[in-house]
Unconditional design. Structure first.
Length: 218
């Protein structure tokens, strides 16, 4: 079984049991701030569009919808989409969000359609050999000068406090692939395609360290 098939099993079980460790409804404050920064520079605010890649239970999809965006939100896991629709219904924004199962490596949206693409925790589960395909998909659907907002693992990230130091910047953990980044890695990886506007490191709970990045399409 290849790693993507294993990941599908991992995420299915994670959403089924709720034992995963990532936020379900609470949005990341830096992502919310980046969305507001991006929206300020969009000329036509009457018809703003956003794509939430790897939307999970829709915590940032709901933020985008409340902020006036027409939102498409995708996730590989159907159960995540089911939960997301439930939370969006409670938030009274379901009519502003189109949830569907989907893959970041195979997007089916019009060219240059979205003002903003948000990826909060998807990219760091994609194998390096597939990065080119990932960026091609994102850049195709993102408008010229559009914004890309992402959250990725720092090399300081640990799954547990007693986790041993890693020799590599990647590993397979509990049936899924994780990739870890330094600031220089972010510049090297994303700088070919985007202007890097902001990089902020978050020290989360229990050695969970992330980078939140705001970028604009070159």
């Amino acid at each position: 079984m290849d790693i993507y098939k294993k990941q599908k099993v991992f995420f299915k079980n994670a959403y089924k049991t709720g034992e995963h460790g990532w936020p379900t409804t609470e949005p990341t404050k830096d992502i919310v701030a980046y969305i507001k920064i991006a929206k300020k520079s969009i000329a036509d605010k009457s018809n703003v569009t956003a794509l939430d890649v790897g939307c999970g239970e829709g915590r940032h999809s709901i933020v985008l919808a409340r902020d006036g965006f027409k939102v498409n939100a995708i996730d590989l896991e159907p159960l995540a989409i089911k939960f997301a629709k439930g939370y969006a219904t409670k938030a009274k924004v379901l009519n502003k969000i189109k949830f569907s199962t989907g893959n970041a490596l195979n997007l089916h949206f019009p060219n240059r359609y979205f003002d903003i693409v948000v990826d909060c925790g998807c990219f760091h589960h994609i194998l390096k050999k597939d990065w080119g395909r990932y960026f091609k998909n994102i850049l195709t659907v993102l408008k010229d000068d559009g914004y890309f907002i992402t959250t990725i693992f720092s090399t300081e990230f640990k799954h547990t406090d007693d986790e041993k130091p890693r020799k590599n910047k990647w590993l397979t953990h509990r049936g899924h692939y994780d990739r870890f980044f330094t600031k220089n890695d972010i510049k090297a990886t994303f700088g070919e395609y985007f202007h890097i506007l902001k990089i902020k490191k978050e020290q989360g709970k229990n050695s969970k360290v992330f980078f939140h990045v705001l970028l604009r399409k070159i």
